[in-house]
Design a protein around this ligand. Structure first.
Ligand code: VAH
Length: 314
């Protein structure tokens, strides 16, 4: 049985659904701070070890996807809380897994582990990590704890450094790459968009379908293939707001974007522009399917359908 924490979040919503399709609804337990009705669901604050343990024992959980966390931009507003929440929850997951026969743990890391001193183009797997945000610091620490639990206790923790994730199914909350989702919602609604990053800010991104597929492929790969026990770089596509706008304007020719960079600009500038994901390719055959054009086409198609169906444009 699989437990997903943060199941109501941007990734959690889509991953939980996919896992349920793949392994059967009866084998998936979704959890988050607030309830949602579409799966077997437990209200869970993962900072509470005993509450987590109770659920793990109740369902005889064998795998945990630990997606509950505070993202980069929100993290900068509450640095110490973010550290406490992101670390405490992961320690609880690692400990409960170690003590109660959980076989596999998934830990989401991020391109936020890289900081100002890196090669920003084709950023390699293992440069010196000097993250610029509390979120990034917590991810680097998490990656090292993942490796520690594997080396010391043999706990099979696997991890991906996600680029910015773009999907039509859910909304991100409090990240630096959120603009790339928001912009589509505005375009489809014929509303102009004010972008909090400057036009030329290139970042690595990935389409939701690819991100979810990568996660499941990594988790299903034979144990011996997993050579990177911190976290794998994976790449999807790279673009800046100006390039994204141009592609959207192929469908919505009058769509306009204005630029008003805020504190998130500085965060974005400390992150890679593109990612070298050779280790993931070699070890578990990672390959993205979507590029900027096909991603944008799919986003627009689905969001149009969604807003038309609900008949409630923003
Ligand atoms: C954020 N989307 O912006 C997240 C992510 C690629 C960075 O981890 O905080």
């Amino acid at each position: 049985k699989i437990l997903v924490t943060g199941a109501n979040g941007q990734l959690g919503t889509v991953l939980t659904k996919k896992l349920a399709e793949k392994y059967g609804e009866e084998n998936i337990i979704a959890s988050d701070l607030n309830s949602a009705n579409n799966h077997q669901f437990e209200i869970l604050d993962v900072t509470d070890f005993n509450a987590l343990k109770k659920i793990v024992l109740k369902y005889k959980i064998t795998q945990i996807y630990h997606l509950a966390a505070i993202l980069s931009a929100n993290g900068e507003k509450y640095p110490l809380n973010t550290w406490d929440i992101n670390m405490k929850t992961f320690f609880n997951v690692l400990e409960v897994a170690r003590l109660h026969q959980v076989e596999k743990v998934f830990f989401p890391s991020s391109i936020a582990v890289f900081g100002n001193n890196i090669e920003r183009i084709n950023t390699p797997q293992s440069p010196n990590l000097t993250p610029s945000t509390v979120y990034g610091i917590s991810k680097v620490a998490g990656e090292n704890w993942a490796k520690y639990y594997f080396d010391k206790y043999g706990l099979d923790v696997r991890s991906i450094r996600y680029p910015g994730v773009i999907g039509h199914q859910s909304l991100p909350g409090g990240g630096t790459t959120d603009y790339a989702v928001d912009i589509f919602h505005k375009a489809v609604n014929n509303v102009n968009f004010e972008c909090f990053l400057s036009a030329e800010t290139t970042l690595p991104m990935i389409y939701m379908d690819d991100a979810i597929r990568a996660t499941i492929e990594l988790m299903e790969a034979p144990k011996n293939n997993i050579k990177v026990r911190t976290s794998y770089n994976i790449a999807g596509m790279s673009f800046n707001p100006k390039q994204l706008t141009k592609v959207i304007q192929k469908t919505y020719s009058t769509f306009k974007v204005s630029y008003k960079p805020d504190f998130r600009q500085q965060i974005a500038e400390s992150w890679p522009m593109s990612i070298d994901d050779n280790n993931a390719k070699q070890d578990w055959n990672w390959a993205p399917k979507y590029n900027l054009e096909t991603m944008a086409e799919d986003m627009i198609h689905h969001l149009k359908e969604k807003y038309e169906k609900e008949n409630c444009f923003i």
